[in-house]
Design a protein around this ligand. Structure first.
Ligand code: GTP
Ligand code: MG
Length: 568
């Protein structure tokens, strides 16, 4: 092996050079290895530099991109509006994502089936007990039903006060002022049988053996529900009031876990509130893992497991589809059954008014080759955890630079996740606020003491009065107009829940106009600077109408943004 000559020069005096110099007796082979190692190290270092450069460029680009924040309480329709944005302006990206919604829609469908089965089981138990001891029918205890995620919690009507029927004392307040006694919510979407009527009880429901058989045929869906829930993660489980989920630090920014009571305020993103609670230097987490990550991780976990390793093996997506498809007929029979429908009517359960309702589409969805349609994805329900950042690259040319790419932030709207909103206020250019107007008679899922309309209104007031958002363009969507129409047509009286509505006609357009006026007045009164009011009446599941609204919203935003830029 030839030895390289070792040449000593004055650089040998420098300790750094000495430390980095090759060994004096380095062989040719050792030299080659060293040079290869150094080249590898250089390549890695260059890659890191390039990545840092790209990150910096992305950060600079993001900083100059237009940022839209979707705000509003949980189930107000923020994610649905985001889907409408993607559907209207970024169809290719939308189509690429559509298939991943299949598991969510399947879970939504199965939840409805299992909810019906829970009520059914409860009814059978009651009928059994009544048959054994006809004189003392047991009190209604919908334990298993109450444990299920709520579709919506119903508020008790307000007891009319002296001012009921007159609007005079309620010019700026919407539902119940906070000082009024707390109204009890009924569990989930169920009205206790005992409270439904003071008249003689209706005849018992004529259940037959075919109903018990149906229950048996549908039993495998329990496991599918548990498995899909596990696979989709926390986003697929609604918060419960009775056992509020302790928010984790990654979900709610700086707030610590276990402080859920403290977080049960409408506006924990308030600057003063956040400052008081936030330890110096403690960072907010700016984004939460998406449910798609857990879906991917889960399948990786499954693939990593050895075949037959556990008898309690989790189902894969195809197993779940197979079970659902094999239950399709039984699901359709259950939903079409007259007795079951009467049972739901007696319990005042309006499953079809709740989110993620797919029982009318069983024939299409409970099949082996099911592919979600655009409408299915828009109607699917999965709650947002934390704050999700979405890049919307407009596929249609609009002629304006700011309308090429936007960042849209979709936030979790429940009270326990609102603390995470604040860091996004700094550089938001526009806020689209969603207020569902069909929910004047409902209570928050996460806090059954609070009327949903009241919560929306309190949130709106905090947003419009925020100094941090004083330069932000504000747009209001009075959403779920379709549900409002259906609700009022079914006979629900607005003034029972909203005395300030007075003797106005009990019609959806009248209530919409009334609320539009209230929201606008609050903005005029509370905005730190005068700003224009943009209020729209929307039904976000109507994609065609929403696309038209979003086009005009986008044009309005661009115009206002450019005007502001000119002004500055
Ligand atoms: N009928 C009807 N349903 C709607 C409308 N807007 C949204 N929904 C449904 O309501 C459910 C909840 O909507 P989301 O968009 O998930 O609500 P969100 O505001 O993102 O809720 P969080 O993520 O919990 O904050 C979904 O199943 C939607 O399909 C509407 O205008 N009409
Ligand atoms: Mg959402």
């Amino acid at each position: 092996m030839a030895r390289m000559p070792f040449i000593k020069n004055f650089a040998d005096e420098d300790p750094l050079t000495r430390a980095m110099a090759p060994p004096p007796d380095e062989s040719q082979e050792e030299r080659n290895t060293r040079l290869r190692r150094e080249a590898d190290a250089q390549r890695i270092s260059d890659e890191i530099d390039e990545r840092i450069g790209q990150d910096r460029a992305a950060w600079r680009r993001n900083k100059s991109l237009f940022k839209l924040l979707l705000l509003g309480q949980s189930e107000s329709g923020k994610s649905t509006t985001l889907k409408n944005f993607q559907l209207a302006f970024a169809r290719r990206a939308w189509q690429a994502e559509r298939a991943s919604w299949r598991a969510v829609i399947q879970l939504n469908l199965i939840r409805s089936v299992n909810t019906v089965l829970d009520v059914f089981t409860d009814e059978l138990a009651r009928a059994d007990a009544a048959a054994r001891s006809p004189s003392s029918s047991p009190p209604f205890r919908p334990t298993s039903v109450a444990d299920r995620p709520a579709l919506f919690a119903l508020a008790q009507p307000l007891v009319p006060t002296d001012s009921a029927g007159s609007d005079h004392n309620h010019s700026s307040t919407l539902p119940r002022p906070r000082t009024q006694p707390v109204r009890r919510a009924h569990s989930a979407h169920v009205v206790p049988a005992a409270s439904q009527s003071k008249q003689s009880p209706p005849p018992p429901l004529p259940f037959a053996s075919k109903h018990s058989l149906l229950k048996l045929r549908l039993a495998p869906l329990r496991r599918v529900e548990a498995d899909l829930t596990r696979r989709l993660g926390a986003a697929s489980v609604d918060e419960q009031f009775d056992a509020p989920e302790a928010a984790t630090p990654s979900e709610i920014g700086s707030a610590s876990a276990g402080d859920s009571d403290d977080l049960m305020v409408a506006t924990p993103f308030d600057v003063a509130y956040a400052r008081a609670r936030r330890a110096p230097g403690e960072p907010f987490v700016r984004a939460h893992r998406s449910w798609r990550d857990s879906l991917g991780e889960h399948s990786r976990g499954r693939l990593g497991r050895r075949r037959g390793e556990s008898s309690d093996r989790e189902m894969d997506t195809d197993d779940a589809t197979e079970v659902i498809a094999s239950c399709a007929e039984a699901i359709a029979e259950l939903w079409a059954d007259e007795v079951v429908q009467e049972m739901l009517r007696r319990r005042k359960m309006r499953l079809d008014h709740g989110p993620g309702f797919f029982l009318n589409d069983v024939g299409r969805i409970a099949t082996r080759g099911y592919e979600p349609s655009d409408d299915d994805v828009v109607r699917a329900r999965l709650r947002t955890l934390g704050v999700q950042e979405h890049h919307l690259v407009f596929e249609t040319e609009t002629g304006s630079d700011i309308a090429k790419e936007w960042i849209i932030y979709d936030v979790g709207g429940s009270r326990t996740t609102r603390a995470a909103w604040l860091p996004y206020f700094d550089d938001a250019n526009a806020i689209l606020f969603l207020a569902p107007i069909s929910c004047f008679d409902e209570l928050l899922t996460e806090d059954h003491r609070v009327n949903r309309l009241e919560d929306s209104f309190v949130l709106w007031k905090a947003i419009v009065s925020s100094k941090l958002l004083a330069n932000c363009i504000l747009i209001l969507f009075l959403n779920k107009f379709d549900l409002l129409e259906r609700k009022l047509q079914s006979g629900v009286q607005v003034r029972k829940y909203l005395p300030s509505f007075g003797e106005r006609e009990n019609a959806a357009p009248v209530l919409a106009k009334y609320l539009h006026h209230k929201f606008r007045e609050q903005m005029k009164e509370l905005s730190p600077k005068p700003r224009q009011f943009y209020g729209y009446l929307t039904s976000a599941i109507n994609t065609r109408a929403t696309a038209a609204t979003l086009s005009s919203v986008r044009d309005g935003i661009i115009r206002q943004h450019l005007e502001k830029a000119d002004f500055v």
